[in-house]
Design a protein around this ligand. Sequence first.
Ligand SMILES: Cc1cc2nc3c(=O)[nH]c(=O)nc-3n(C[C@H](O)[C@H](O)[C@H](O)COP(=O)(O)OP(=O)(O)OC[C@H]3O[C@@H](n4cnc5c(N)ncnc54)[C@H](O)[C@@H]3O)c2cc1C
Ligand code: SF4
Length: 332
Amino acid sequence: MLRLPSFTYRQPRTLAEALAMKADAGPEATYVAGGTDLYPNMKRRQQEPRTVISLMGVPELRRTGGGERGAVPLGSCLTLTEIEASPYVRERYPVVATAAALVSTPLLRNMGTLGGNLCLDTRCNYYDQTYEWRKAIDFCMKKDGHICWVAPSSPRCWAVTSSDLAPVMVALGADYLLAGPAGERVVPATRFYNNDGINYLTKQPDEVLAEVRLPPPGDWDAVYLKLRRRGSFDFPVLGVAAWVRWEGTRAADARIVLGGVASHPQEMPEAAGALRGKALSAEVIAAAAEAAYRPAKPMDNTDFDLSWRKQMTRVYVTRALAELARRRSTTT
Ligand SMILES: Cc1cc2nc3c(=O)[nH]c(=O)nc-3n(C[C@H](O)[C@H](O)[C@H](O)COP(=O)(O)OP(=O)(O)OC[C@H]3O[C@@H](n4cnc5c(N)ncnc54)[C@H](O)[C@@H]3O)c2cc1C
Ligand code: SF4
């Protein structure tokens, strides 16, 4: 049985208190929300904080609805079950409810939060292993070692983003509200992620992701599809989030974002460009799917054969766009 190391556990009651506790404890402290990612990582000694600051007792992080200039906030400590079950989210942002419902199992969704999902550690077959397993291969550069076993001559880590909600937030054009010792700042979701398996977030370690601001509902629609081995359980090895702003039956604007193929949610601008100004005919969808397939470069560090995963990019982008076109045709 894997055991947690000993650590100090702190329970702030306000956001200001959480930030002060982090400042007191320094770089050896980290935040936790549901703990469904952090605690297994601590058991495997992938993360070794001496102090863990729980955000779950902070009411400011659990707000839903309302918001400035039409943006709709979702508090970062809402659980995935709460998001999936919220009539407000289901009605206005069904793609968010769908992506939340696709994360792992009901037990994990009861504990796991929106913020934890959006800050999820990157994953790799050589990293998501016990300490002894990793030690047997002399570790790797993401933790305790020097080499990348996936690309041994590479100076960087290629661990993959495996969050179901992150590609959706990038596709929707959501903003994130970050709270830190210097105050608050808002960053677009796309700028929150780095294409680097180690430094995969641009936020500072002492900043809390306080809320996600969704764009107001309008003449847009979005779909999220997920590829994984076991439909009831597994992390995505490919996630496709497709967003379209409609003008009549034409796509005035579009975004296609892939999860599970890079260290960050990867935008596919050429694929989106192939849709702009056009009705989503079978030919247009095929051209966009091809444009998403070409630059997708999954690495050999997660489940399934990588060439098959690359081919599935074309299939899943086609399916996502066909679903958007089908829905539009039934509402116009
Ligand atoms: C068996 C298993 C299957 C899983 N399957 C999936 C899956 O299919 N899809 C998927 O997306 N995820 C999956 N997960 C990962 C995880 O359960 C979810 O992503 C969950 O939403 C993480 O949320 P949490 O609140 O538990 O995160 P935590 O473990 O609490 O935190 C995760 C990270 O985010 C940081 N953090 C958390 N909240 C904040 C905040 N508000 N501000 C700043 N930093 C913060 C923590 O410091 C930590 O580094 C799986 C996990 C397991 C164990
Ligand atoms: S991609 Fe390389 S450095 Fe990163 S976790 Fe995997 S083996 Fe380690």
